[in-house]
Design a protein around this ligand. Structure first.
Ligand code: ADP
Ligand code: MG
Length: 511
């Protein structure tokens, strides 16, 4: 056997053992193995005090009786190990058989006695965090020629290194726990935000969509969501995911239209190191990231032909290769695709693969344009008023009747997204807690809507505003003209005259 390495060598080995990114237990075991080997030790262990009870527990052990060590506890101050941890002073016992205090919890001494060998025991304190103490102990063959003070010094430095590693691990562990809790909470929030209850609308059309979502959610079937831009396809995809057994797993979105063609493939499937210029290191694709969960492939109609082939294979075989890779990667992913394209036409024109079309079109959900579900407009508008008022910290309560009329008669080419944007803007510009017609963007104030030219005259604009104010006042006053007049700080006579002028019948607003 070669001579044992120098203390410096041992410390260097120890620092390397602690440098990796293992779990705390694995790091400690690794460090103890270094000591066992370099010091030719019989056994070694690290005991740490439980911050709550002060009880010492063996965190890691190697060598003789390592198994027994795992179940070992020391009460505070108990035995030599307990005393070292408590007092913070090292103990060196060259000849264990002569030490009555030695508890031999791990049975290493009993074993030595059987083999008629004398053992030495060196135990040094570990001081990790405030209150977090422990001990590092090594049992090795007694050798009268051994430099025990030097051994103690080596182990004391080793223990300081262990303490440092421990501090880092404790911090990482705290951080990890915090992130985990945060993650759980975010998922919870997402779920609340995206489940079916958040799909606003009572129209027949939207109820049908909700029914289909409920049918699709429990399975892992591929779903194709169709509809114009801004109709709520992504919202529907979310509702399916968060209503499915995969809700706790990731929901990953990729938009084929948002990525340059050269990047789509590696985004979806990942790449191996050096697969192409600039591909530093292996990168997992969105399919891998979505493992166990759902991949939402937006604008699927825009996928380049090469990717269509690869996607087809994932749908058929649930596997693919990373860009530059040869090993197939298997994934368990539910696919929800969305498009506003006429896929059938794309198939006829030969730009979209027919086989892929059939694979995607297993369960189709069509989200109708907003103009085909007008009864939902006031509900959605109210929903967005509440949402944006909260978001922007503005006290906006409702929409004036004239504003609602205007929203109802507009054709909404940008669908719900356009409505949301329009309400957000109105919330920002309006004053007095109510959104009036004139707070809505000019696009809505078209000839078609108001029956006037798009460029209104001052008189007309004032008229629209006046009508708004009158309607609001009689509504709040529940048709009581005297009260409505007071609200507008005018006389009942003037109010009656104005109401007649605008053809408003106050009686209609009586409760
Ligand atoms: N029925 C609905 N209830 C509530 N919000 C909706 C509804 N439909 C769409 N939205 C909202 O409108 C916006 C656009 O919807 P999105 O799902 O992105 O549309 P698409 O993916 O079809 O373009 C989003 O902010 C979404 O939350
Ligand atoms: Mg979208």
């Amino acid at each position: 056997m070669p001579p044992p390495p120098s203390p410096l060598r041992t410390l260097l080995d120890l620092s390397q053992a602690l440098a990796g990114t293992r779990t705390l237990h694995a790091s400690l075991v690794h460090a103890l193995e270094v000591l066992e080997e370099d010091l030719r030790a019989e056994a070694a262990f690290v005991a740490l005090a439980d911050p709550a009870t002060g009880e010492l527990r063996i965190e890691a052990a190697v060598g003789g009786a390592a198994n027994a060590a795992r179940r070992t506890h020391f009460h505070p101050g108990e035995g030599i190990t307990g005393r070292v941890a408590k007092t913070g002073r090292a103990v060196v016992i060259p000849q264990l058989t002569k030490e009555p205090l030695f508890l031999d919890r791990t049975g290493v001494l009993a074993e030595a006695r059987r083999r008629k060998r004398e053992l030495s025991f060196v135990c040094v304190p570990i001081r990790a965090e405030q209150g977090r103490t422990g001990a590092l102990a090594v049992t090795l063959p007694f050798d009268p020629g051994r430099d025990y003070p030097q051994l103690q010094a080596t182990l004391e430095i080793g223990a300081a290194m262990l303490a440092q590693a421990l501090r880092v691990h404790v911090r990482l562990e705290d951080e990890r726990k915090k992130l985990q809790a945060e993650n759980r909470q975010l998922r919870e929030e997402l779920r609340e935000r995206y489940d079916l209850r958040n799909v606003v609308g009572t129209s027949h059309a939207i109820r049908q969509v909700a029914e289909l979502v409920s049918q699709a959610a429990p399975s892992s079937a591929t779903v194709l969501v169709r509809g114009e831009s801004g109709t709520g396809k992504e919202l529907i995809a979310h509702a399916i995911h968060y209503g499915s057994p995969r809700a706790e797993r990731p929901f990953v979105k990729v938009s084929a239209a948002a990525l340059p063609e050269s990047l789509v493939e590696s985004e979806l499937f990942g790449h191996e190191a050096g697969a192409f210029t600039g591909a530093h290191g292996r990168k997992p694709g969105r399919f891998e990231l979505a493992h166990g969960g759902t991949l939402f492939l937006d604008e699927v109609g825009d996928l380049p032909a090469t990717i269509q082939v690869k996607l087809l294979r994932v749908l058929q075989e649930r596997e693919f290769e990373r860009v530059g890779g040869t090993q197939p990667v298997r994934v368990d992913v539910r696919l929800i695709a969305a498009t506003n394209r006429d896929l059938e036409a794309a198939v006829r024109e030969g730009v979209f693969r027919e086989d892929l079309y059939y694979r995607l079109n297993v369960f189709e959900i069509f989200v109708p344009p907003l103009r085909d579900r007008r009864p939902d407009i006031p509900l959605l508008a109210d929903h967005f008023v509440t949402r944006f008022a909260t978001e922007h910290g503005k006290d906006v309560r409702r929409l004036a009747t004239t504003a609602i009329d205007m929203l109802m008669s507009y054709h909404w080419p940008g669908n719900v997204r356009e409505l949301a944007n329009c309400i957000e803007r109105a919330v920002l510009v309006c004053s007095g807690g109510v959104i009036h017609a004139h707070d809505l963007p000019p696009t809505l104030q078209t000839a078609e809507v108001t029956g006037t030219l798009p460029q209104r005259s001052l008189g007309e604009a004032v008229g629209v505003y006046e009508r708004d104010l009158l309607l609001d006042a009689v509504k709040i006053a529940r048709g009581n003209k005297a009260r409505a007049a007071r609200l507008l700080q005018t006389t009942e006579r003037i109010l009656s005259y104005k109401l007649a002028h605008h053809g408003i019948d106050a009686r209609r607003f009586r409760a």
